[in-house]
Design a protein. Structure first.
Length: 196
């Protein structure tokens, strides 16, 4: 990348991290675009050059994580089973976050952000389907399989992190994700305590 591109990327990253930090510290409803810009050391106008809203800045983390997962999946050994490779890629994608997801779990997600989250998940799922298609030699636009696997993976991640957040689990998000992804790989057997 050129120096200019690196500077732009650094500014975008500073804004993304500022949105996450402020949300964790103050709660989402108490964060304004002006606050994010000031935290990142730029003007509100500069913020608007990178993001259309504070929601978009906050959700940039999810998009960035999806890119990391896609890259990690592409780097897995070619002969590795797909779900195993995907599970490793997901864990790697979350492990590289620059902000502790526990901090973000502290605040209640307002309805406006939930709506934006759902839009983001559609984009993230599509990106993951493309990465899966590339790995197995399918066409993400015409073949169902990549979308099916991506949908299962994204739903699994959402369910795992939602449960982790609601229960206040002491386990790390990576541990919870690994356990849940393993359960899916095993065919979701009913746990012993619920078997009749």
């Amino acid at each position: 990348m050129s120096l200019r591109e690196r500077k732009k990327q650094a500014t975008r990253e500073a804004l993304r991290l500022a949105a996450m930090r402020l949300a964790a510290e103050r709660g989402w409803e108490h964060v304004r675009v002006e606050d994010i810009a000031a935290e990142a050391g730029v003007s509100t106008r500069t913020f608007n050059n990178y993001f259309a809203s504070k929601e978009e800045a906050f959700l940039a983390t999810g998009h960035q994580r999806a890119e990391r997962i896609a890259e990690a999946l592409a780097a897995r050994p070619p002969g590795e089973p797909l779900w195993t490779a995907l599970a490793h890629a997901v864990i790697d994608g979350f492990a590289m976050d620059q902000i502790d997801i526990r901090d973000i779990a502290r605040f209640e997600t307002p309805p406006a952000l939930v709506e934006e989250h759902l839009k983001a998940f559609v984009v993230i799922e599509q990106r993951l389907a493309e990465a899966i298609a590339a790995r197995v030699g399918a066409d993400a636009r015409h073949d169902l399989y990549p979308a099916l696997v991506a949908g299962a993976a994204v739903s699994t991640i959402r369910a795992a992190l939602g449960h982790w957040r609601r229960t206040g689990s002491a386990a790390s998000p990576a541990t919870v994700l690994r356990d849940v992804l393993d359960q899916v790989a095993a065919g979701l057997p009913v746990p012993a305590q619920w078997r009749k």
